[in-house]
Design a protein. Structure first.
Length: 251
């Protein structure tokens, strides 16, 4: 069944390449539906009950339809409204990806087995639309969130359905408190000993700080960035190494 769903996603991706129509919503949609699902099916430490999401798949699909049909309007939406939208979109479509292919041990098991141009990983599969345009998780992360917002804390807000990823927040991101939410996920992740082991003189930190080092060091050093959120004051000459990344499903 899972292979059949993946094949459908791949053919959808190829068939829809090149779609140029688009639509934007003049007002940001409510994220209440997703917020209710997250509060119900995600624990405070980010463990996801995918079986619960499956049971409420119609509600998830209703939310996905809402955001698909109401893409951000850069002229009328605030930056915070746009940022909250894209973070929620990434997380909600990631949940859908797992729900549609459940049970699965790792999101990496969903990488395409067929050789298709421009589709190398599961993050490249265009299995949804935003404002009438075909899209994928890779585009949201790298072409929109990282490029347009230059906000390093997004790396702690978007979730890749894996244990070593920053935990999925059990509430939707909203414009009215997004700065506080981003601070919370940054502090929670950086001070989580399962994901980062920090002392004053030695750091064993997530691979995220290696993969996206440039995002964290545009204004200061990596240690300076970590010191904004770490509960332990890190010395400037602390030794840095990186932990092995665990791609096991976060359930």
């Amino acid at each position: 069944m899972r292979n059949s769903i993946l094949i459908v996603l791949l053919f959808f991706s190829v068939a829809c390449q090149g779609s140029t129509s688009g639509q934007s919503g003049t007002e940001a949609p409510s994220h209440q539906l997703f917020d209710e699902l997250l509060k119900k099916h995600v624990s405070k430490d980010g463990i996801v009950n995918y079986k619960g999401f499956i049971q409420e798949k119609p509600k998830l699909e209703k939310y996905l339809k809402l955001i698909s049909e109401n893409a951000p309007d850069r002229k009328t939406w605030s930056k915070d409204e746009q940022l909250a939208y894209w973070i929620n979109a990434y997380n909600a479509f990631t949940v859908k990806l797992i729900v549609d292919n459940y049970p699965v041990k790792s999101i990496q098991d969903l990488h395409p087995t067929l050789k298709i141009p421009l589709i190398n990983t599961v993050w490249h599969i265009k299995f949804f639309q935003i404002g009438g345009k075909d899209s994928n998780l890779d585009e949201i992360e790298h072409k929109i969130l990282r490029k347009e917002f230059e906000e390093p804390r997004i790396h702690f807000a978007i979730n890749c359905a894996s244990f070593s990823c920053p935990p999925l927040l059990n509430e939707a991101f909203v414009a009215s408190k997004i700065d506080q939410q981003l601070d919370k996920v940054a502090k929670d992740f950086i001070n989580d000993p399962k994901r980062n082991k920090i002392t004053a003189d030695k750091l064993e930190i997530s691979q995220i700080f290696s993969w996206f080092k440039g995002d964290f060091t545009k204004k200061s050093s990596l240690i300076d960035f970590l010191n904004r959120y770490a509960s332990v004051k890190i010395n400037s000459n602390a030794k840095i190494s990186h932990m092995k990344y665990d791609w096991t499903l976060n359930e």
